[in-house]
Design a protein around this ligand. Structure first.
Ligand SMILES: Cc1cc2nc3c(=O)[nH]c(=O)nc-3n(C[C@H](O)[C@H](O)[C@H](O)COP(=O)(O)OP(=O)(O)OC[C@H]3O[C@@H](n4cnc5c(N)ncnc54)[C@H](O)[C@@H]3O)c2cc1C
Length: 383
C-alpha cells in the first residue's frame, strides 16, 4: 500500500465516512441536485454518526479529530455529492469565529449544539456590493446600552434559512474601512433578523444561498466576537482555516470524477477496444489522476499545518495555495471527465455533468481564485 500520512485511527474514520458516502449519500446525490432542496436527511445522517463532532474539541462536545481528518471527511463525501460535502465545510466556516474569538460563555452556549449538529452555522461576510472587497461592506452596528443594533443586509450566504447561528460582520465605525468592522453572533430567531431570497444556482443546488436582512436587529453586546474593530482580521483568520475545506470539496469532486471516468473508460468500447486503451484517453486519465494526487499532497500538508497550531502569514499563504490549486484541479478534472464520457458525460443520467457544474463554485466562493493569487503574491513579497 502506498505511503498514507493518516494514522490507523484516521484511516478507520475515513473508511466509515467513505462507506456512508457510498451507501447512503451517493444514491441521493442526483435527487438533491434535481430537487434543489436542502438535504435534512444528510444532516440527520451526520448527526447519527457524529460527523459534525470531528471538527470540535472534546471540551465542547466533539471528538477533536483534527483539521486534517475533517478535510479528509469533506473530500470523501464530496466525491459523491458536493452539496453534502459543503454541509460539513460550512459547519466549520460558521463555527470558527466562535472557536477563535468567542468568550467562554459563547463557546459553552453554542459549540456543543454545533458539534452535535443540532444547530447549523453560517458565515455572513458578503454583501450585494461587497464580495472580494469585503471592507466596502455597508452593514452597520451601533452600541446601545448592553446591546448592539444591526442594520443592513448580506447576500450569497450559505445555509441561509437553515442555520440557527450566523456569524455576521458589520461596521461599528461606518467611515473606517478594515478597522471599522466587528463580528457578531446572531441567532436565527433574533427580532429584526430575516432571511430573504434563496438563489437558484448552477450547482451545489441542495445548499441554500440567500440574503439576510438586519432591521434594528438587537443582539447582546456579549455576542461580539473579540473586540470592536477586530472583525476583519477575524474574518481573514477564519478563511485561512476554512478555505482548505473548499479545497477538500474541490479535490473530492476531482477524485470522484476521475474514478467514475476510469470505470467508464474500462468498459466503453470504440474501434474494437475499451476507450481507456486509446492513448489519448489514457493520457487524459493519467493527467487527471496526477492532478488529484498533487492536490491531495498540498491539502494534507495544509491540514497538518493547521493541526500544528500555525497562524499568520505561513498559514495564509499555504491555505490560499491549497484553495487555488485544488479548486482549479476540480474544474479542469471534472471538465475532462465529461470529455472522457463523450455524449454521456453531458446528459443528466450520468453524474459528471452535475460534478462539473458543482466544481465551478469552488473557484468562486471563500475568495475567488483571482483573490487567492493576490493573497499568495502578497505573502511572497513578505517572505
Ligand atoms: C453559492 C455561493 C455561496 C456563497 N457563500 C457565502 C457565504 O457563506 N458567506 C459569504 O460571506 N459569502 C458567500 N458567498 C459570496 C462569495 O464569497 C463571493 O461571491 C465572492 O467572494 C466574490 O465576490 P463577488 O461575487 O462580489 O464578486 P466581485 O468581487 O464583484 O468580483 C467579480 C470578478 O472580479 C474579480 N476581481 C475582483 N477584485 C479583483 C482584484 N482586485 N483583482 C483581480 N480580480 C478581481 C473576481 O475574481 C471576479 O472574477 C457565496 C457565493 C456563492 C455564489
Amino acid at each position: 500500500m502506498p505511503h498514507d500520512p493518516l494514522t490507523a485511527e484516521q484511516r478507520e474514520i475515513r473508511e466509515l465516512v467513505r462507506t456512508l458516502a457510498r451507501e447512503r449519500i451517493a444514491p441521493r446525490a442526483a435527487e438533491i441536485d434535481k430537487s434543489a432542496e436542502f438535504p435534512w436527511d444528510v444532516v440527520e445522517l451526520y448527526r447519527e454518526n457524529g460527523l459534525f463532532g470531528l471538527m470540535f474539541d472534546e471540551e465542547h462536545g466533539g471528538v477533536g479529530a483534527s483539521a486534517l481528518m475533517t478535510l479528509v471527511a469533506i473530500e470523501e463525501i464530496s466525491k459523491v455529492c458536493a452539496t453534502s460535502g459543503l454541509i460539513l465545510a460550512v459547519q466549520e466556516l460558521g463555527s470558527l469565529g466562535i472557536k477563535l474569538a468567542g468568550s467562554d460563555e459563547l463557546k459553552r452556549r453554542f459549540l456543543p449544539k454545533l458539534a452535535s449538529g443540532e444547530w447549523l452555522a453560517a458565515y455572513a461576510l458578503s454583501e450585494a456590493g461587497s464580495g472580494s472587497d469585503s471592507a466596502a461592506m455597508a452593514s452597520a452596528a451601533r452600541r446601545d446600552g448592553d446591546d448592539y443594533v444591526l442594520n443592513g443586509s448580506k447576500r450569497f450566504i450559505t445555509n441561509a434559512g437553515v442555520a440557527h447561528v450566523y456569524v455576521c460582520f458589520a461596521k461599528t465605525e461606518p467611515d473606517a474601512a478594515h478597522d471599522g468592522i466587528s463580528a457578531f453572533v446572531v441567532e436565527a430567531d433574533t427580532p429584526g433578523f430575516t432571511v430573504g431570497r434563496i438563489e437558484p444556482k448552477m450547482g451545489i443546488k441542495g445548499s441554500t444561498t440567500g440574503e439576510l436582512f438586519f432591521d434594528e436587529c438587537r443582539v447582546p453586546a456579549a455576542n461580539l466576537l473579540g473586540e470592536e474593530g477586530e472583525g476583519f482580521t477575524l474574518a481573514m483568520r477564519i478563511l485561512d482555516r476554512s478555505r482548505p475545506g473548499i479545497a477538500a470539496q474541490g479535490l473530492g469532486l476531482a477524485s470522484g470524477a476521475t474514478e467514475y471516468a476510469l470505470e467508464y473508460a474500462r468498459t466503453r468500447e470504440t474501434f474494437g477496444e475499451p476507450i481507456v486503451r486509446h492513448q489519448l484517453v489514457g493520457g487524459m486519465l493519467a493527467d487527471m489522476a496526477t492532478r488529484c494526487e498533487a492536490a491531495r499532497g498540498l491539502l494534507y500538508r495544509c491540514g497538518a499545518l493547521i493541526d500544528s497550531g500555525a497562524d499568520g502569514p505561513e498559514l495564509t499563504k499555504i491555505s490560499a495555495m491549497t484553495k487555488l490549486f485544488c479548486t482549479d484541479v476540480a474544474m479542469a478534472v471534472t471538465t475532462d471527465a465529461v470529455q472522457v464520457l463523450g455524449g454521456y458525460g453531458y446528459i443528466q443520467e450520468y453524474p459528471l455533468e452535475r460534478m462539473m457544474r458543482d466544481a465551478k463554485i469552488t473557484q468562486i466562493y471563500e475568495g475567488t481564485n483571482q483573490i487567492q493569487r493576490l493573497v499568495i503574491a502578497r505573502e511572497m513579497l513578505r517572505d
